[in-house]
Every structure is written in structure tokens, then in C-alpha cells.
Design a protein. Structure first.
Length: 311
């Protein structure tokens, strides 16, 4: 008999919720999910002093470094999207994040304190910033900028969790890691997108039976530096917070990794320009953008993912 089964856990600085439809006597998928997300965080978090990513960031440049296979795979995916987005998105923002005060997770710290920014030079990375050695699962860094896999890592981990569940024969469910969601199966599920100006209400609700959703927002993770407000979205071409009218972007795609990248870039570009960028570079994807003056922009391509929408 198929029943709805639930798992709620903390991980990666957020709450992870998994809901599946399957045989009550099926394999222990809950333990599998707990093990997977715990292991992923231990490997790829820049907030853990002993993580594999921290060790890589502390390693010298121009030296071949063998790394954990999980870190290798997610880093390779991040670098591929960096190239595809012309480095508007890229993972080499760890040094910038630390420099503007984001050295610990919000989940642990609660709120970032007033921070004095240190002067630093930001170099836009290129296709030559990182070399990969597939046979060794090794990389060679050609830049001293530290790597941060925050958003894309979370999205990638959800995509991999989905494949683990599918391998168990679970053919319907939803994984939600702090708004990074993947839905699959034949039953439409309601997904709410929070109003960026009022966290207690949804600005829209969608019914989706399959697809990936990710939302980026410049209002929630904010702090002060010398009296100026900063947030966690870094423009990959400038190394600074973007100057854009977008306060929130929700992206719809085939996988969460891609939705995460799209949502980040849409927060960097002016709203109308961002929609044109999406049409050119990810024509199969869709988005919903909220601007500073509460303007709501939705691409027609959303019909590929959404069965119906309630505003």
C-alpha cells in the first residue's frame, strides 16, 4: 500500500523536508537521506573547519590536489555553469564573502554583526582559473580566491538526493532544502513562494507535478558594514553586491542546480534585462521576479512547469 511518508531534518544551514509516496515497507529512505545530506555538508561546507572544501581552500595554487569525489563533482558542475553564464555566477566568491562579514552561517550566527570591510582586489575568474583531472578526481587552482559552494551546492545535493530516492523505486515526492525544491511524480503539489516584503504570506502559489524550483532573495540575509547594508548575493563580474531593482527571483528548471544558478543571476541584473538573459541562455527555463516597487514579472515559459497558479 502506498502512503505519504515525511522527513524533516536540519542541514546546510536550513531545514530540509522530504515527502515521498511509497510502500510503507520500502527500504529505509529516511536514513539514506539523513546520511546523504549530513555527508554532503561535511564535504562541501565552507563554514566547517575540517570540511573537504575548507582543506581545498587552504591548499596552495598550481598544485594538483586530489579531492573527495562529491566535492569534485559539484565543483565541476559549478565551474561549467560559471562558463555558461560568462562568470556572472561562479564559485570563487569565498574570499569576498569573508571580507564583507559572511564568515559564518546565518543558521549558526543568527544575524551578522556590524563588520569593518578590508580593502581587497577582486579578480574576475576565467576558464583558466581551475583545472580538472577526471581520472584522479583532482583539481589544480590557479587563483587564490576561495571557493564558496553555498547555493549551487545545496541545489546539487537536492538533485543527487532525488536520484538516490529514484534508485530505491520511489516514483513520487518532493525534496525541499530551504526553498530549493525538486518535485516528481504524477500528483500536482502546491508550492508557495514567500512574499519578500512579508515573510508570513505567499506572493504566489503554484501546482507542480514535476520540475525544480529555486528562489534567491536580497532582503533576508543582510547586515551592515560602516553603516551600509550588504547581502549575500555577489555579482560574479564585480565582486560586489549587484545594483539591481530585483529583490527576489524564483527560477523553474529541469534540475535544482540550474534553477539555483538562474535565480542568482536574475538577482544581479535589472529585471527586464534578466528576463531577456534567461530567454537567450536558458530558453527551457522560467522565472518569477519581484522588484523593489513590488512589480511582479512572470515569463510565459512557466507553463512548462506549472499546472495552475494562485496569486
Amino acid at each position: 500500500m502506498n502512503v505519504e511518508q515525511f522527513l524533516i531534518m536540519n542541514g546546510m544551514g536550513t531545514v530540509i523536508k522530504v515527502q515521498v509516496t511509497g510502500d510503507e515497507q520500502s527500504l529505509n529512505w529516511k536514513q539514506l537521506m539523513q546520511t546523504w545530506f549530513t555527508m554532503f555538508e561535511k564535504v562541501c561546507s565552507r563554514f566547517l573547519n575540517d570540511s573537504e572544501l575548507t582543506k581545498l581552500n587552504q591548499s596552495p595554487v598550481d598544485v594538483v590536489i586530489q579531492i573527495h569525489p562529491i566535492l569534485y563533482d559539484v565543483l565541476q558542475a559549478a565551474f561549467e555553469y560559471a562558463i555558461k553564464t560568462n562568470f556572472y555566477f561562479h564559485p570563487f566568491v569565498g574570499t569576498v564573502m569573508k571580507n564583507i562579514g559572511y564568515a559564518d552561517s546565518f543558521h549558526k550566527q543568527g544575524i551578522l554583526r556590524e563588520h569593518k570591510e578590508r580593502a581587497s582586489l577582486f579578480r574576475v575568474p576565467s576558464e583558466k582559473s581551475l583545472s580538472f583531472f577526471p581520472a584522479l578526481k583532482a583539481v589544480m587552482k590557479h587563483t587564490t580566491e576561495e571557493i564558496d559552494l553555498g547555493g549551487i551546492g545545496k541545489g546539487w545535493s537536492v538533485d543527487q538526493a532525488y536520484h538516490l530516492l529514484k534508485d530505491l523505486g520511489i516514483n513520487a515526492g518532493i525534496i525541499d532544502a530551504g526553498g530549493d525544491m525538486l518535485i516528481w511524480g504524477d500528483v500536482g503539489r502546491k508550492v508557495g513562494v514567500t512574499n519578500p516584503f512579508n515573510e508570513n504570506e505567499d506572493i504566489a502559489q503554484f501546482f507542480i507535478s514535476s520540475g525544480a524550483v529555486a528562489t534567491s532573495n536580497v532582503l533576508y540575509r543582510r547586515w551592515k558594514i560602516n553603516g551600509e547594508t550588504r547581502h549575500h548575493i555577489i555579482h560574479g563580474r564585480t565582486g560586489k553586491n549587484p545594483n539591481s531593482d530585483v529583490v527576489q527571483a524564483t527560477a523553474f528548471a529541469e534540475c535544482v542546480t540550474e534553477a539555483e544558478v538562474i535565480a542568482k543571476v536574475l538577482c544581479m541584473l535589472p529585471s527586464d534585462e534578466g528576463i531577456q538573459w534567461l530567454k537567450r541562455n536558458f530558453p527551457q527555463s522560467a522565472c518569477m521576479i519581484v522588484t523593489q516597487n513590488s512589480r511582479l514579472l512572470i515569463t510565459p515559459s512557466i507553463s512548462r512547469y506549472v499546472e495552475r497558479m494562485v496569486m
